[in-house]
Unconditional design. Structure first.
Lengths: 412, 112
């Protein structure tokens, strides 16, 4: 039966999660690129949001959430066939329509996260083609395995809001795309710094607020689970921000805004899978670990791997999501203030399940992303020309400038 | 007439403007510029990565004055803009062959 309170909260959560992408993530990324590419990044976010929405209704939702096959859903609700106005989503107290919309906002932000790996050099057509294929080939199956009643769900994997489904898939795929695409001219030494750190903070703050819909909304009810999920989400974000800030303060003598808010996102990504299962103590531990580990991984990817994952999608989201998923197995213990384990489940066995989930999602995401990026390359090409890259994608790909001075031009 | 161009530290602009106003200077033009001298650039750190900023933000002041006031004003700018640290900037003085006030058509010293 439909519950009004639950439905109201889920409508709200849906709005919050869409707000994470539009404009939260868009601004977070836009401030990090150079001024000549600011519009292209915003454009990527908007275009992916629209494209994924259409594909979601067309069949991706059905593939992810409908059907009993352990590996992939079916197409019985393609084009939302049979989704009646009053239908209750199975196992919940909210309408099917709200559930479909709520899950759609997750499907939107996941490929949008990957934008950070390929900014400032990718062809716009490649963004659309790759993101569309990726939604169907990577996101839909993995969402089905974990949330749609698939084989990982049957094993008892704990991924409350998307440590595996969202952050592991996006983080690993981002790394693969960044490698396939190659480095930006000037990487790693000779790049210009982010053009607008204050916009990065505005975007991060929107993501933080939106994340309450992401995590507390994943309770699918307006109750105790949502309340605790919101609390631990906030705590992890605050602690991770302070951790990243402290590391920079000690190392560079100055605590930076961009560093601090990157810590926020690291904390949020890492608490995501754990947010329904851990207590405040677990959240603090996750905050400290994620702030320190993601900071270290940013340096490792740039300096050791020498991969131009330009806005650190893998180091922040991938590493955060995987770490959080594994830590869930430990911190959900009653001793840490968590919800405890199910019958016949121990910390060790839960850890094994979590590790299986992370590993298979990572392998599937990495392998399929490699195939999809090669298909994309063959069909539309991946990189813009060197001249376009130098001039910036705003003008060369979209015919607009992010910042026009007063005497910049006249209409005709 | 002389034309004074001064490149100064952005945060000294208020002190320079006050000094010039007290000395009776009726107007000046300021623009934001970037460049480097002996100071070279500086480093900025974003997400642990160091970026070398080759062109440091400065302000460029332009003032047209009568011949007899040029040295005094240049001295005044120098004193008010100085912090004693590297990167304080430079002052250039040019001969100015003519000046015109657009509104009235006045020329020479009348136009300053």
């Amino acid at each position: 039966m439909i519950n009004g309170a639950d439905t109201a909260w889920m409508l709200t959560s849906t709005v919050l999660v869409l707000f994470m992408t539009l404009p939260g993530l868009a601004l977070f990324y836009a401030g990090l690129v150079r001024a000549k590419n600011v519009l292209s990044v915003l454009m990527h976010c908007v275009a992916i949001a629209c494209l994924v929405s259409v594909l979601w209704f067309a069949g991706a939702y059905s593939l992810a959430f409908v059907g009993t096959n352990p590996w992939i859903g079916d197409l019985s609700q393609a084009l939302l066939a049979g989704v009646a106005r009053g239908a209750v989503h199975p196992g919940t107290t909210i309408p099917d329509t709200v559930y479909i919309m709520f899950q759609m906002t997750f499907a939107i932000i996941t490929p949008a996260l990957m934008i950070g790996a390929y900014v400032e050099r990718i062809k716009f057509g490649a963004v659309l083609l790759f993101s569309g294929l990726w939604l169907i080939v990577v996101y839909a199956p993995v969402a089905h395995w974990v949330w749609g009643g698939g084989w990982l769900a049957a094993m008892g994997v704990k991924d409350f809001a998307g440590g595996i489904v969202v952050h592991t898939t996006a983080g690993i795929s981002a790394l693969v795309v960044a490698i396939a695409l190659g480095k930006r001219e000037g990487f790693p030494h000779g790049l210009q710094p982010p053009h607008a750190p204050w916009i990065v903070m505005v975007g991060a703050a929107m993501l933080w607020v939106g994340w309450f819909g992401f995590n507390a909304g994943s309770a699918l009810t307006a109750g105790a689970d949502a309340g605790m999920a919101m609390l631990v989400t906030h705590m992890a974000a605050a602690v991770a921000s302070l951790t990243w800030m402290a590391i920079e303060w000690v190392r560079f003598r100055k605590p930076s805004l961009i560093g601090t808010v990157t810590g926020t996102i690291a904390g949020l990504a890492t608490i995501t899978p754990a947010s329904g299962y851990v207590g405040p103590m677990g959240a603090i531990i996750i905050g400290i670990v994620s702030g320190a580990l993601c900071y270290a991984m940013v340096q490792v990817v740039k300096l050791r791997f020498v991969v131009d994952d330009s806005l650190d999608v893998f180091a922040v989201h991938g590493v955060g999501g995987m770490t959080g998923t594994l830590l869930t197995a430990i911190l959900m213990a009653v001793e840490f203030g968590g919800v405890g384990y199910g019958d016949g489940v121990s910390m060790t066995s839960q850890f094994g399940v979590q590790a299986t989930g992370v590993a298979t999602a990572a392998v599937w995401s990495g392998g399929m992303s490699f195939v999809l990026i090669k298909i994309t390359e063959a069909l539309v090409g991946l990189r813009v020309g060197q001249e376009s890259e130098t001039q910036g994608l705003d003008l060369t790909a979209h015919g607009e400038a992010g910042y026009n001075v007063a005497f910049g031009g006249t209409s005709q | 007439m002389k034309f004074i161009v001064a490149i100064i530290q952005p945060h000294r602009i208020d002190a320079v403007r006050e000094a010039l106003t007290e000395a009776g200077v009726g107007g000046l033009t300021v623009s934001e510029v970037r460049g480097y001298g002996r100071q070279r650039g500086h480093k900025e750190v974003y997400r642990g990565a160091e970026y070398t900023i080759n062109y440091v933000p400065k302000l460029k002041l332009e003032i047209a004055v009568d011949d007899d006031k040029a040295d005094e004003l240049a001295e005044l700018i120098m004193r008010s803009a100085r912090t004693g640290k590297i990167g304080d900037g430079k002052i250039f003085i040019f001969d100015l062959s003519s000046a015109l006030r657009i509104r009235t058509g006045e020329t020479g010293s009348q136009a300053l």
